[in-house]
Design a protein around this ligand. Structure first.
Ligand SMILES: [Zn+2]
Length: 437
């Protein structure tokens, strides 16, 4: 089976279970949660899709998937590749958000071009092996770090263009946009084909800061991506301010807001007010469940031995019911903001299902890590399964969601342009010399 998938340019994948929301264009009768289909792969493209059990030309090789699930490759729309894999050098001493900020701040002294390049590439190798085909990464944009990280990013984007489509977003406190440095950062983002982003905080000047960001974005025709309300404080309503600013500026680009944790601890009236504006402003939301579970509701053990009481995630169901596009993504990986992770979007989806109850029913939640983030990145041809589309697919042995989400699926096969890739994960020891200096 592997030989065919590695070497053959024309074959059939028969007996596949494709989650119905991932299928485009194909007419599959009686498909419910899954469509039971055969897929013809030819010259890297999905050449045809037929109901399973159809007779095919027997001169063409066939791989029987025995009802194993076939997904499109993943899109990871919110990551921090520049922070990744520094845990051995800079662990978070308490696990709190404040110590995450401070620990990364002091680790940044090591972020020369080689250090950033090697750790970012390590993240890309993991992502690729697990089946991700597009990634948006935030890059800490502060002082001289901005030039260093964006330059490394551009080099990696070029080197990886055939494997992973990369997008960069600036990450800085919003008040910096009121200074000349903010304008320089907007220029670097524009030169890098990136997305303008930052962290709004509740402040008397917030609307003025947002006005400046929207002006800078409009002048350069940039899309926007904010870290909003990553806290359990019900008074944090920067998301509402972002939405109001978008409407005030009649902004026509796309806007993505990440986290929005505080929505989950606000009154129904407050939530309603914010979601109405978010919907009207056509803002999309990305939830980062693993990072939220790690950081939210944490008290340092030196203060009090306390068990967390809430899950930290935003109102995924309520947002979706309003027709607001919702994605789920990785966020941080083995750094002070999240001590674990392996850039595996299946793990992210599995955890999201468990944390936010995306399982009863599964509906079209599989879109949160595929078609929706692809659309948010402006890549609407990616992450779906249809005739004429590239055969960028993930083959699982698991037949049903209960099987898919029960095991880590380390034996999945990733096809890129119809060929099985070498899905060996990078060795942690590759980075050892970065931490011994
Ligand atoms: Zn983030």
């Amino acid at each position: 089976m592997k030989d065919i998938l590695k070497n053959s340019s024309h074959y059939w994948l028969i007996n596949a279970h494709v989650p119905t929301p991932l299928l485009v264009g194909a007419v599959v009768e009686n498909a419910e949660e899954y469509a039971w289909v055969d897929l013809e792969i030819k010259d890297g493209i999905i050449a045809s899709i037929t109901p399973a059990d159809t007779m095919h030309d027997t001169s063409v090789a066939a791989v029987d998937l025995k009802r194993g699930q076939v997904w499109s490759c993943f899109v990871d729309v919110h990551t921090h590749l520049d922070k990744g894999h520094i845990w051995e050098r800079s662990p978070n001493p308490t696990g709190t958000f404040q110590d995450a900020l401070e620990t990364v701040g002091s680790d940044r002294q090591h972020w020369n071009p080689e250090d950033v390049y090697r750790r970012m590439e390590f993240g890309l190798k993991c992502s690729y092996a697990h089946g991700t085909q597009a990634i948006r990464t935030h890059l800490d944009s502060i002082g001289e770090q901005t030039q260093i990280s964006f330059e490394v990013f551009r080099t990696l984007r070029q080197g990886w263009q055939d494997r992973i489509t990369l997008q960069a977003v600036s990450l800085l406190p919003l008040e910096t946009f009121l200074t000349p440095e903010g304008e320089q950062i907007a220029d670097i983002v524009a030169e890098s084909g990136g997305v303008l982003g930052g962290v709004p905080r509740m402040h008397p000047d917030l609307d003025r800061q947002l006005d400046r960001v929207f002006e800078l974005a409009k002048d350069r025709q940039l899309n926007l991506d904010f870290h909003t309300d990553e806290s359990g404080n019900p008074h944090d309503i920067t998301l509402r301010h972002v939405a109001a600013a978008a409407l005030r500026h009649q902004f026509e680009g796309s806007i993505l807001c990440g986290h929005c944790c505080s929505l989950a601890v606000q009154s129904p009236e407050a939530v309603d007010k914010t979601l109405s504006l978010v919907h009207e402003a056509q803002i999309s939301i990305v939830s980062l469940p693993m990072c939220n579970l790690f950081l939210q509701d944490r008290t340092p053990s030196s203060v009090e031995a306390k068990t967390p009481r809430w899950r930290g995630v935003t109102l995924l169901h309520e947002l979706k019911q309003r027709g607001i596009p919702v994605a789920v993504a990785s966020d941080n990986c083995r750094d002070p903001f999240y001590g674990f992770g392996d850039h595996d979007v299946l793990e992210v989806f599995t955890q999201a299902v468990r944390i936010a109850h995306l399982d009863a029913p599964y509906e079209d939640w599989c879109r949160t890590v595929t078609t929706t983030p692809a659309d948010l990145m402006g890549l609407p041809q990616l992450a779906r399964i249809g005739v004429g589309l590239p055969a960028d697919l993930i083959l699982f042995k698991a037949r049903y969601y209960s099987e898919l989400l029960a095991r880590p699926q380390g034996d999945r096969i990733v096809l890129r342009s119809g060929r099985a890739i070498d899905a060996t994960l990078p060795d942690y020891a590759e980075l050892d010399d970065l931490f011994s200096a």
